[in-house]
Design a protein around this ligand. Structure first.
Ligand code: FEH
Ligand code: ZN
Ligand code: ZN
Length: 343
């Protein structure tokens, strides 16, 4: 079968022909419908995130059950499913709460999940080690549902943690309207009554944010001008939440300028920015958080919202064989919404 292979830091991906897996006891083989192309993959390929070469990329996957390993219950061949991405031990306290993203044994598992050290879904088929990692899609088409498992789940998990603060007299700033950001705007619109300011350096993405429910859009290329524009909107209270989906130094610097007291600063972008967090470096009561991905039950909640049409991932489909070019487009900021590879 065809697969997009990670060949090591600084090396181009390749489209290789590798053996189609056969599910063992408890395992499930999924025929991939769509594999989302996440910006984090650029960090996997370009810097040391600790993943060894020699696996298939793609950690945002959906498809149809192709074959059930011995003993697997609850699914039938042909069922459309999303693949939950963070693969934990399955038995620790976090995993028992379906929060495998915070598995206590993560460091001893050898990899973070399919596409993150284990073979992922940028291939014709994907071997999933346990049926608990599959979430039924119902009427959703896997080709458009794949981004729900990361681009939607990650901001959803981040927003849920602070939702009680997001009242009608508050303002949220979302920085970076790419794969995660365009879902974050939609989720904030359906989950809260807070005003939404969307910030990005690309006017096309800001236009996309307005279509998806942002109340205000600010071009953040000029940080001083963006700071003034955001402060004019949020007033002396400041932003109650800055959700940074980029995480580069300019977005950190902007976030620090617009947060208010008792606010939440949530970083889900891997851009490598930083802030010297100490008493006085942020408004009193400001809490910083770097949440990771989301829980399996939360993925069910996200899929239900998509099935009811409350949220929708904006996808651009590409043939699997164009993976290298798609990563280049992503790196150049030329993808609006989420790119999805179709085997
Ligand atoms: C991937 C690899 C490492 C950290 C975070 C991620 C996210 O893209 C997963 O949602
Ligand atoms: Zn990701
Ligand atoms: Zn665990």
């Amino acid at each position: 079968m065809k697969a997009v292979r990670f060949n090591g830091v600084g090396k181009p991906v390749s489209i290789d022909d590798i053996p189609k897996p056969t599910p063992g006891p408890g395992q499930v083989l999924v025929r991939i419908g769509g594999a989302g192309v996440c910006h984090s993959d650029l960090h996997v390929m370009e810097e040391e995130l600790g993943f060894q070469a020699g696996f298939t990329l793609g950690h945002e996957n959906a498809g149809w059950i192709a074959e059930l390993g011995e003993g697997v219950q609850g699914f039938r061949e042909g069922d459309p499913v999303a693949v939950y991405g963070p693969w934990g031990c399955g038995h620790c306290h976090a995993c028992q709460l379906s929060m495998e993203n915070y598995c206590e044994n993560a460091d001893s598992l050898g990899a973070a999940g399919g596409g993150l050290g284990f073979d992922g879904g940028m291939a014709d088929y994907m071997l999933v080690p346990a049926a608990r990692l599959l979430v039924p899609l119902g009427t959703l088409d896997p080709r458009v549902a794949a981004p729900l498992s990361d681009a939607a789940l990650t901001p959803y998990h981040a927003i849920k943690r602070v939702l009680p603060l997001l009242t009608g007299d508050t303002t949220v700033v979302v920085l970076g309207i790419g794969g995660l950001g365009h879902m974050a705007v939609q989720l904030l619109r359906v989950l809260s009554t807070a005003r939404i300011i969307a910030g990005d350096v690309d006017d096309a993405k800001l236009a996309h944010a307005r279509q998806r429910g942002a109340d205000h859009t600010i071009n953040t290329r000029d940080i001083e001008a963006a700071t003034t524009a955001i402060r004019d909107i949020v007033g002396p209270r400041g932003a109650v939440l800055v959700l940074d989906c980029v995480g580069i130094q300019p977005t950190f610097d902007l976030g620090a300028r617009v947060l208010g007291r008792d606010s939440r600063w949530t970083i889900v972008g891997l851009g490598g920015g930083h802030h010297d967090f100490r008493f006085g470096s942020t408004p009193y009561g400001c809490e910083m958080c770097t949440p990771y991905w989301g829980g399996r039950a939360e993925l069910m909640e996200v899929i239900a919202m998509a099935r009811d049409g409350r949220i929708k991932a904006e996808t651009t489909e590409f043939p699997l064989e164009q993976a290298a070019q798609v990563y280049e487009k992503l790196k150049a900021g030329k993808i609006v919404g989420r790119a999805v590879l179709i085997p």
